[in-house]
Design a protein. Structure first.
Length: 287
């Protein structure tokens, strides 16, 4: 087939994707989709379609821009029929609603998990028979739906309150000297220095440790109550007394440990540099 001489415009056409010209493929369709001039003005329709597919990565509704001038490509699809328009609208609506649905399902799962845990705690603390009787006698069932999930929340919030730190600070400031010596085996005045107060309102304990410690507390309270207060007949009173004893014992151990750390920090010594000690060898430990 013979072709007439190319026009000046056709002579300048060069696809910036495959670098082919009009003479390389006479049947190819050309398009100038952006504000570019010169060698990046023209591109094959088929080459541009493949390039757009790579950029959209399966999302046909994603916008694509020219990599040179930043112009948004105008992508036009054939019109759907009435039925397909309804299907497409419904599909897009489901796509927008799905994240909210997943969020609601997640919240519902958390709620019912918290409700189940609160239900088990009530049975643990009050005893199986007393717990069922108590919940059956509650007239307003909505109150149970609200209060049961609050049990783990309150336990976690209570676990985050570091009352031992506040009590230990009061002890250091106002305790008589003989009590301080009895508790720490050293008088405050004999410390070489007073360490800087670096404690925080909440210890930098991991969230998992806080949650686990809070959720295990009812079981520990029941265990301590059964071991220490067997003579108490009421399950509720026995569990409360066991919980208070467990928290007090655990707090005393923690306060003692913190105070020993405080003393150890006060007696810390920075050694002179010794050239004979290798750079990465462990320094000798001095008590």
């Amino acid at each position: 087939m013979a072709y007439s001489r190319l026009s000046s415009e056709d002579e300048r056409k060069c696809c910036w994707v495959c670098f082919a010209t009009v003479e390389d493929d006479w049947e190819a369709k050309w398009v100038k989709p952006c504000r570019c001039r010169g060698t990046t003005k023209w591109v094959h329709q088929s080459c541009l379609q493949r390039w757009v597919d790579e950029k959209q990565k399966g999302n046909s509704s994603a916008e694509v821009f020219c990599p040179q001038c930043g112009t948004r490509y105008i992508i036009v699809f054939p019109e759907f029929g009435s039925f397909l328009k309804c299907v497409d609208t419904f599909d897009k609506m489901i796509q927008h609603i799905s994240p909210f649905g997943v969020g609601m399902l997640f919240c519902a799962g958390v709620y019912w998990s918290a409700f189940t845990y609160g239900f088990i705690v009530v049975l643990q603390v009050m005893g199986t028979e007393e717990g069922y009787t108590f919940m059956e006698e509650v007239e307003n069932k909505m109150l149970l739906l609200i209060s049961m999930p609050l049990i783990p929340v309150l336990l976690i919030l209570g676990r985050m309150v570091q009352w031992e730190e506040a009590l230990l600070k009061l002890w250091r400031r106002h305790a008589p000297r003989f009590l301080t010596k009895l508790f720490t085996n050293v008088e405050r005045s004999t410390l070489p220095r007073l360490p800087a107060d670096t404690t925080r309102i909440v210890d930098p304990v991991s969230a998992t440790r806080i949650v686990c410690g809070a959720l295990v507390l009812p079981s520990c309270a029941v265990l301590c109550g059964n071991l220490l207060f067997r003579s108490v007949r009421s399950n509720m009173q026995r569990t409360m007394m066991g919980g208070i004893s467990f928290i007090a014992f655990k707090g005393a151990i923690k306060m003692y440990y913190k105070q020993q750390q405080y003393i150890r920090q006060a007696r810390r010594v920075i050694k002179d540099y010794d050239e004979d000690i290798p750079l990465f060898s462990p320094l000798p430990h001095h008590n």
